[in-house]
Design a protein around this ligand. Structure first.
Ligand SMILES: *Cc1c(COP(=O)(O)O)cnc(C)c1O
Length: 488
């Protein structure tokens, strides 16, 4: 005899209730505890996961159902289900749970996360639902207002994929610290505000509370790229932003094991003027269940587990890497071959006071090393080498410990020259407005001992005094020929 759809719906309600209560209990824990355990409980481990102390990783494409009633209840989204790994998956679920909790830590705000295959997919997933034709005014040209100091990939997505290819105007905020500039760009066809802070690589920063007020005055959401700070240093949702995107690839997956992204959105966005009740009720679930189901940008279970593993120690890593970056920034700012160091942690940075308000090491007041709130400014800095583009390349080529790679937020120190890498596609003009000159080196300091990183920079800068670098980088050899990588 059939149990009936309702049987499963009722059972689903009990399960959801149990999970909601469990999450409320977790929410009372400190940041580190949430980062370590997330929403994975011992009870679930014993009931469903062979007692495994690590979250499950099912590489399966899909989930089976007991009978047609359960299938119907599941596929009409009436019971918790993962169904098909393009939409959801148990590993994804635990990653999404922990990110939603960390981004709202220290508040009673609830948020829902939708994990994606990359940070770029997260940006697209967060922005596109607002860029839909208004049935009342179908011919209006839509626009969005976003800072021009954004990650190079974001610049391309906005400038080419949206502005050029889809005729959705990107109105660029040139000086994001100027709140009037944001407001002056908004009109009735503006769909959202978007900002990256601190920006990669330029360290642009703005008064979040003020930009939130501007957005909400106009009934539009503020989307923040919180990749660089991570929830260990900054939680824009708690300040009042509507949606956060993460390139989970970076600070959150410190080890560098893969590419991942996430959208974390506050539940109940009823203050927005967009006429879409499902979207406003629960944006994270909405994009997961509908647009992302149809577009398919979701994360793989393997990447979800790898990043979960890194997130467990996020706070202490962000603390250590920030302290290391501070030491390196201080060293470089006194160096004779350096024209300028951009790091929000330096007191002479014009946005230092503003950054101080927002960039705080979470729970430092409960940490017996500090016993008070301490500022931490993250692992991202940049410096400009005197003597122009070639001098910068010579120094860059002299690095022996710091990896030359277009990456950031790594446990290993990494440097790049944005003008020829991350920000090359946006052209001279695009780099000029974003203030990315050819002699700028972006440096992300990792968790090595700061003295060793400073020593590496010191010897590399010695090139400009005519010192010869004794290269330790391997010569291309016959052994190398066995690698799949092209050698030349
Ligand atoms: C890397 C990065 C992105 C894009 O993320 P991917 O995971 O590489 O797709 C977006 N924003 C910022 C600030 C980034 O550093």
């Amino acid at each position: 005899m059939s149990k009936g759809v309702n049987y499963y719906v009722e059972a689903g309600k009990r399960a959801m209730q149990w999970h909601a209560e469990y999450q409320l209990k977790m929410k009372k824990c400190k940041f580190d505890t949430i980062a370590v355990h997330g929403i994975y409980s011992m009870q679930e481990a014993l009931d469903f996961n062979q007692g495994s102390i690590i979250e499950p990783m099912y590489m399966a494409s899909s989930q089976a159902y007991r009978d047609s009633d359960e299938m119907e209840a599941a596929l009409s989204y009436q019971i918790p289900t993962w169904c098909y790994s393009r939409i959801a998956n148990p590993s994804m679920y635990y990653l999404e749970g922990v990110l939603a909790m960390l981004e709202t830590y220290g508040s009673d705000i609830t948020a829902t996360c939708c994990a994606t295959a990359s940070g770029m997919a997260a940006i697209q997933s967060a922005c596109d639902p607002f860029l839909t034709v208004d049935p009342k005014n179908p011919d209006a040209k839509m626009n969005f207002v976003a800072t021009c100091q954004v990650y190079g990939g974001t610049f391309q997505q906005f400038a080419i994929r949206k502005d050029q290819e889809k005729n959705i105007e990107w109105r660029k905020v040139i000086n994001s610290a100027n709140i009037e500039e944001w407001e002056s760009l908004i009109d009735k066809n503006t769909r959202f505000l978007y900002g990256e802070m601190p920006s990669n690589p330029g360290q642009a920063f703005f008064d979040l509370e003020k930009v939130i007020a501007v957005a909400h005055k106009h009934g539009i959401p503020l989307i923040i790229d919180n990749t660089v700070g991570s929830p260990a240093l900054l939680r824009p949702l708690v300040w009042g932003a509507d949606i956060v995107i993460q390139s989970v690839t970076k600070s959150l997956t410190t080890s560098g094991f893969g590419i991942a992204g996430a959208v974390i959105a506050k539940n109940n966005l009823s203050h927005l003027r967009i006429e879409n009740d499902e979207l406003k009720a629960n944006f994270g679930f909405y994009i997961k269940a509908l647009p992302n189901r149809d577009n398919g940008p979701n994360i793989s279970p393997m990447n979800a587990i790898l990043t979960l593993n890194d997130i467990r120690t996020l706070r202490s890593k962000m603390d250590l890497m920030s302290r290391n970056t501070m030491k390196v920034a201080e060293f470089l700012s006194k160096h004779k071959h350096i024209e300028k160091v951009d790091y929000l942690g330096l007191e002479n940075h014009p946005l230092h006071q503003l950054a101080k308000k927002y960039l705080v090491l979470v729970d430092s007041e409960y940490d017996d090393l500090y016993n008070e709130k301490v500022n931490r400014y993250g692992h991202l800095m940049s410096f400009r080498v005197k003597g122009g583009a070639q001098a910068a390349r010579d120094v860059f080529d002299g690095l022996q410990r710091i990896w030359r790679a277009t990456d950031l937020g790594r446990i290993k120190s990494v440097a790049t020259i944005p003008a020829i890498s991350t920000h090359s596609q946006q052209g001279e003009e695009g780099r000029k407005i974003a203030d990315i000159p050819a002699n700028l080196i972006r440096l992300c300091v990792g968790a090595e001992h700061a003295d060793d990183i400073i020593a590496d920079l010191d010897q590399a800068l010695g090139v400009l005094d005519g010192k010869k670098i004794i290269s330790t980088s391997p010569e291309y050899s016959a052994a190398g020929a066995s690698s799949a990588r092209l050698r030349y």
